[in-house]
Design a protein around this ligand. Structure first.
Ligand code: CAA
Length: 265
């Protein structure tokens, strides 16, 4: 295993797991997702962990999305596999018998917002920014964003964020109900750790019973057909002129010129 994931005990029963690819703003490539899946499967069974804090390394980002430079080279079936891998990671976070907290101190875009949405809580610093900019790359969210955003905010707000691709600041995300709380940037991670340690002192058996029930009420058990549908739609956009243009434009640091005007995807 590489050192792309770093972990630290952050309190009694609290593990802090950090995605460490700061040069790419912690973008999620296949390697990160595979290591994350393995690590989360392990943590799910690890008795000493009651609360998991997920964070990004470096000053700027939680996670700036799926790795666009890697996606740029994918064909449809590779994109479908990539989307399913992202879903597996998010489902592990959503369903594991632990409390999961996304600690967002900077950009959480695309797959970054999606990863955070799969956690039980999102705590954000004043400098955090959220958004689903996939349409500016010629694709749609592929790690559960269409499902969890509409579930948490309602369809109208989900459409607004997904169709506009706008980035929103922590305060607005809080007003929308996307996140649990905005904390000051100074001492942010200490505040997250204190919150995690407080929860860790409660009965994990009781918390997990509550988590399973709340997930059932929120139709987590019925999420699988939606996950398949999203992976299908996401990957169907690969190899199209707009996906090629959108991702080429990102790697060439220019604005995209989209031509797919028929809405036939
Ligand atoms: N994938 C790959 N590399 C990325 C990346 C990503 N998602 N986000 C940032 N990087 C890289 C940049 O290419 C840059 O690399 P170089 O230094 O080698 O040029 C480095 O990280 C720093 O980024 P910037 O110079 O762009 O930093 P900035 O402060 O000017 O801008 C930003 C920050 C607004 C987050 C900008 O980097 C950005 O817009 N990133 C892309 C965000 C995005 O579109 N995410 C959605 C991805 S699609 C997705 O997630 C699909 C899905 O649902 C599965």
């Amino acid at each position: 295993m590489s050192d792309i994931l770093r972990e630290e005990i952050a309190g009694e029963g609290v593990l802090e797991l950090s995605i460490h690819r700061p040069e790419s703003l912690n973008a999620l490539n296949i390697q990160v997702l595979e290591e994350l899946r393995k690590k989360l499967e392990f943590i799910a069974k690890e008795e000493s962990v009651r609360v998991l804090i997920l964070r990004g390394a470096g000053e700027k980002a939680f996670v700036a999305g799926a790795d666009i430079l890697e996606m740029q080279k994918m064909n449809r079936s590779e994109a479908a596999r990539f989307s399913r891998l992202g879903h597996e990671v998010c489902l592990l976070l959503e369903q594991m018998p632990k409390v999961t907290i996304a600690a967002v101190h900077g950009f959480a875009l695309g797959g970054g917002t999606e990863l955070a949405l799969a956690c039980d809580f999102i705590l954000a610093s004043e400098k955090a920014q959220f958004g689903l900019p996939e349409v500016s790359l010629g694709v749609i969210p592929g790690f559960g964003g269409t499902i969890r955003l509409s579930r948490n905010l309602g369809v109208a707000r989900a459409k607004e964020l997904i169709f506009s691709g706008d980035r929103i600041k922590a305060d607005e995300a809080n007003q929308l109900g996307l996140i649990r709380k905005v904390l000051s940037h100074d001492g942010f991670f200490d505040q997250v750790r204190a919150f995690a340690t407080k929860i860790s002192g409660n009965s994990l058996d009781a918390i997990v019973a509550g988590k399973r029930l709340l997930n059932e009420f929120e139709e987590s058990a019925g999420i699988y057909p939606k996950v398949d549908a999203e992976s299908h739609r996401f990957s169907s956009l690969f190899e199209t002129v707009d996906q090629k243009e959108g991702m080429a434009a990102f790697s060439e640091k220019r604005s995209p010129r989209f031509r797919g005007m028929r809405g036939s995807a």
